[in-house]
Design a protein around this ligand. Structure first.
Ligand SMILES: [Zn+2]
Length: 84
């Protein structure tokens, strides 16, 4: 047991892997090396990790909107084509 190494250790809530953090900050995003889950630091003493859902949801929403727009454009093009 040595305290000379100041690395903090958190645990992945998904697979319980140890995740070493050099300088954990609240809200920092880390990726679990074992399962690839994106986690957010929700506590620093002790280190607590939780799933970082926010970013993923925003991205999905954006992707869905973009796809909707693409679909609508495609439908309009088809309609235009039928007129000719
Ligand atoms: Zn994990």
């Amino acid at each position: 047991m040595s305290f000379s190494n100041k690395k903090e250790v958190g645990f992945c809530p998904d697979c319980d892997s140890r995740i070493k953090l050099k300088s954990p900050r609240l809200g920092q995003k880390v990726t679990c090396h074992a399962c690839g889950t994106v986690l957010e630091i929700i506590g620093t003493s002790p280190v607590e990790l939780d799933w970082a859902f926010d970013e993923g949801l925003d991205f999905d929403e954006l992707a869905t909107k973009l796809e909707d727009k693409k679909d609508r454009n495609a439908q309009r093009e088809e309609k235009d084509f039928d007129l000719f």
